[in-house]
Design a protein around this ligand. Structure first.
Ligand code: GDP
Length: 505
């Protein structure tokens, strides 16, 4: 079965996000599908060719990214709204970058086409230069002209969302244990804690035991998005559930578990863990240039994600040019968002959700942003000289490269005879046939062309004396550290290893 796709509407302020959400909801009501929607629960659904599409009621990329920073991947498709009379604005670009950083497919709604000064083609031009080229211009982005005011184009917008969602193949098993995310939660004076959940897989049913972060409960009653009582909600459906012990946090994952006892137990465990985590987060910053290094050696990071803010677009461009010049064959600097202006909370949330570092050039974080950075453990670096930025980035990239271990061959010896000594074990009487043998070398024991053992020299003797080194053509006695099973005709290869720092070039 296919899951109902979840759509978030994003775009610049006043370009009509809320109007569009309202207009879509009204068309659904007018079509008689949803009856009367008596309340807003944080999401609603529309029907299209028998399929359902879920719209999140909180428009904007800030809410979207805040959820993502909590670890909630709720949205399947982003609709970027651009007013046809205003064109691409800073928050349009920001919304696009946020959606891209999340890997969410984008569809463009060119709104306000009813206005006499509407220039939908200008919007297409501007977005094409942002990498969103319209399909009918040979690109891959779907554009739909709409008017939230006259409702023109809304049907085709819904249709296109349905088509785009089909491409995503959002499969879900309705029989799996239900899980998903809490998208909203509040305390209702009459009904107690109310949580709006978005089911991602499985089906949640009245009577189920649920855990969401440190909250838990038994579903006492459930309402669908129209406010009507319902018994169950399936993949992609929003539902309001009553019966939680407390207000859950938005972005929290919920899960149906076998019984109430288990739900309570899990909630308690999580509450302990959350406390520990929040402590740890305060102590250790999540992403710093230094930490990127340790993550890289653990194999977690192959690219360095960066949010770039600068005082003016000129310096932003200069910075981007310089960053592009850094050698990136081995590790890529991924500028996920670049914009002029101060560092905002939205930048910090984007960085938190994408494990990115923020670089500010001649700009400072605003107070909200600084608090958010502390809370989320995001590193903000500010600079006033361009070469300092690239110098630091270069150092970070170099730090991300694991030093390579190189082997240097020292020499070879052949085992000619064996002696047993009661205290030291097997002594191999050897002839150094090539190079030299040292006391501190590593050894590879080769028998009939196969490596049988690798380790270190235990002791190296010439006649009765311990020596540090024996040269080619000479005989010596070798004891291998922790290996007794040497045989005549075995070949011992001696080598050393050393770490070589990698350079970017
Ligand atoms: P938001 O900030 O993106 O949520 O934008 P709103 O939905 O609040 O809309 C901002 C303003 O644009 C409001 O005054 C709306 O009435 C107006 N508006 C929204 N959509 C349209 C439209 O399609 N045509 C016209 N003419 N005005 C619109």
């Amino acid at each position: 079965m296919l899951r109902a796709p979840v759509v978030t509407i994003m775009g610049h302020v006043d370009h009509g996000k809320t109007s569009l959400l309202d207009a879509i909801r009204e068309t659904e009501v007018a079509a008689g599908e949803a009856g009367g929607i008596t309340q807003h629960i944080g999401a609603y659904q529309v029907h299209q060719n028998g399929n359902r599409i879920t719209f999140l009621d909180t428009p904007g990329h800030e809410a979207f990214t805040a959820m993502r920073a909590r670890g909630a991947k709720v949205t399947d498709l982003a609709v970027i709204v651009v007013a046809a009379d205003d064109g691409v604005m800073p928050q349009t670009v920001e919304a696009i970058d946020h959606a891209k950083a999340a890997g969410v497919p984008i569809l463009v709604a060119v709104n306000k086409i009813d206005r006499p000064d509407a220039q939908p083609d200008r919007v297409r031009n501007e977005l094409a230069s942002q990498g969103l080229t319209p399909e009918d211009w040979g690109g891959e982005t779907i554009f739909v002209d709409v008017s939230a005011k006259t409702k023109e184009g809304l049907d085709s917008l819904i249709e296109m969302i349905g088509l785009a969602a089909e491409l995503e193949e959002l499969k879900a098993n309705p029989k799996a244990p239900a899980s998903g995310y809490v998208i909203e939660s509040h305390l209702d004076p009459g009904r107690g804690p109310v949580a709006t959940v978005l089911v991602q897989r499985g089906t949640i049913t009245v009577g189920d035991s649920v855990v969401a972060g440190s909250t838990w409960g038994k579903v006492r009653a459930m309402l669908d998005f129209t406010g009507a009582r319902t018994e169950s909600a399936g993949p992609g459906d929003p539902a309001e559930i009553l019966g939680m012990d407390d207000v859950s946090e938005a972005g929290e994952r919920f899960e149906v578990v076998e019984n109430e006892r288990r739900a309570r137990q899990l909630a308690q465990q999580r509450s302990h863990r959350l406390k520990a985590e929040s402590l740890a987060r305060q102590q250790a910053r999540k992403v710093s240039l230094e930490e990127v290094f340790s993550k890289a050696t653990e194999g977690e990071v192959k690219e360095l994600a960066v949010v770039l803010k600068a005082d003016v677009s000129g310096s932003l461009e200069a910075l981007q040019d310089e960053i592009a010049k850094l050698p990136q064959e081995r590790i890529v600097v991924d500028v996920i968002h670049a914009a002029p202006g101060g560092i905002t909370e939205s930048d910090v949330m984007l960085a938190a959700a994408s494990d990115a570092v923020i670089i500010g050039f001649n700009v400072r974080p605003l107070a909200d942003a600084r608090r958010a950075a502390e809370r989320e453990g995001v590193e903000i670096r500010t600079y006033s000289v361009i070469y300092k930025v690239t110098e630091d980035l270069r150092a970070a990239l170099e730090g991300m490269l694991e030093p390579e271990e190189v082997e240097e061959a020292l020499g070879q010896a052949e085992v000619k005879e064996l002696f047993r000594a009661s205290r030291v074990g097997t002594i191999a009487g050897c002839l150094v046939t090539d190079g030299r043998v040292t006391r501190t070398a590593q050894v590879r024991l080769v028998r009939e062309g196969t490596v049988v053992w690798t380790g270190r020299v235990g002791s190296l003797r010439r006649f009765k004396d311990n020596v540090q080194e024996v040269d080619e053509g000479l005989e010596c006695g070798i004891v291998l550290e922790g290996y007794q099973d040497v045989k005549v005709d075995d070949v011992l290869e001696f080598f050393e290893t050393r770490q070589v720092e990698q350079t970017l070039e």
